[in-house]
Design a protein. Structure first.
Length: 64
C-alpha cells in the first residue's frame, strides 16, 4: 500500500457568530475573556485536508 503525504489546515471558528480566529490561542483568549459570553462549546475546529493529485488517481480505480 502506498503512503500519501497530505497537508492539513485547521481553522478555529465561533459557531454562534461565525467569527474566524487567527489561531487556537485567539479562540482560547475569547473563551477566557470575561467581557465576552463565548464558551468553549461555541468554538469549532474546521479541518481541511489537501490531497495531492496522485491521491485522487489512486482512489478512482475500481476493485476487481
Amino acid at each position: 500500500m502506498k503512503t500519501i503525504k497530505c497537508e492539513s489546515k485547521e481553522t478555529y471558528r465561533n459557531k454562534k457568530t461565525n467569527m474566524i480566529y487567527a489561531s487556537k490561542e485567539d479562540s482560547e483568549h475569547d473563551v477566557n475573556n470575561s467581557n465576552t459570553d463565548t464558551k468553549q462549546e461555541d468554538i469549532v475546529v474546521d479541518v481541511n485536508i489537501m490531497l495531492p493529485p496522485e491521491a485522487l488517481s489512486l482512489m478512482s480505480g475500481t476493485k476487481k
